[in-house]
Write a new protein. Structure first.
Length: 120
């Protein structure tokens, strides 16, 4: 709620709300062209662990090699391409020992991945 009450909040939601979708299944990647193009989608968040599970990569690779697998890389590239094409923010955690990062394709589509990785 806000000062204007429920109706004030609901009436402004279209101007103030954010639509964030988690990308966590193989079928989501298969349909990402259509999903990323949905009007009003602001953020696509890649859930690598669930995506690896859905793609069967935990069974195929010894931990942590699923995170550097060609299959996950291809899925991630497809997601990046569609986020850029549709001007949707892309967020993800970079899976590496003691590493995490978030990236926005809206701010710097050509260098977002290279410049925002932060190692802890």
């Amino acid at each position: 709620m806000n000062k204007a009450g429920l109706l004030g909040y609901a009436g402004n939601w279209n101007n103030e709300g954010i639509i964030a979708m988690q990308v966590e299944t193989a079928s989501c990647i298969e349909n990402i062209v259509e999903i990323a193009a949905v009007p009003g989608v602001d953020i696509l968040f890649l859930g690598q662990n669930d995506l690896c599970m859905s793609m069967g990569l935990y069974n195929k690779y010894e931990f942590p090699h699923m995170y550097t697998s060609p299959e996950l890389n291809a899925a991630t590239q497809k997601l990046i391409e569609q986020a850029r094409k549709n001007n949707v923010i892309l967020e993800f955690f970079y899976s590496e020992r003691r590493a995490s990062a978030s990236s926005s394709t809206r701010d710097s589509p050509s260098s977002a991945l290279a410049t925002t990785c932060t190692t802890f």
